[in-house]
Design a protein around this ligand. Sequence first.
Ligand code: ADP
Length: 251
Amino acid sequence: MSPSSPLLKVTGLQKSFGENTVLSSIDLSVSPGEVTALIGPSGSGKTTVLRCLNGLERPDAGTVAFEGGPAVTFGPRTSQRERESLRTRSAMVFQSYNLFPHMTVLQNVIEGPVQVQKRPKAEAVAEAEELLARVGLSERRDHYPHQLSGGQQQRVGIVRALALRPSLLLFDEPTSALDPELVGDVLTVIKELAEEGWTMVLVTHELTFAREVADQVVFMDGGVVVEQGPASEVLRAPSQERTRRFVHRLL
Ligand code: ADP
């Protein structure tokens, strides 16, 4: 149990697409420096949770609060400004990388810091070069995404997220589009970030990896959180039958 106050607290998050209720009422708490693995069957709402946190979807109801910021309660009267106050707190790494195809690696990484955050270009370039070096991609800075392997593109995706200096990193199945031989490099980078103390929420089917890096595991099914707790408990000795069936199939 962490003594510090949570970095992120989500209460009663709800989201429907038309008649389809995708998130019924999600509660989630993430402590600073903690890695949370969000697991569950396909279609259970995991990606939608990340997209709601990152402002890519608009929740119908619920409250999202980051440490040091205002709690934003969603509903018909939530302002654009309130939603944007959340957007800057997290950065997302997408399953299919989502790099801008017409921009070089360096341009992809500095786009957010320079265009959105209005940071000086020289500073953004210096930081981007440092981050690219860390993931072994210095010599690729002037390449275009199509000239890179999937694993390299995803490492650029991670660098692009880091360059935004978010409080929270969100990973949406970051290795599921990769050829098996490229998965390891990306998982190594994620593991190093976890060891450095980054706070992250990771949607993943890689339960072996989750067992290795996650502090907390949240199991979702049908738009609800069925079980959440320390990774060692949820993955090794789940208390719920639904979790048990899911975990035993994959581990
Ligand atoms: P998971 O990440 O657990 O696989 P998702 O969050 O991607 O689940 O999807 C949950 C459900 O929400 C699915 O039934 C999916 O079809 C639906 N859904 C997700 N995004 C949209 C959208 N933009 N419009 C309509 N339905 C959506």
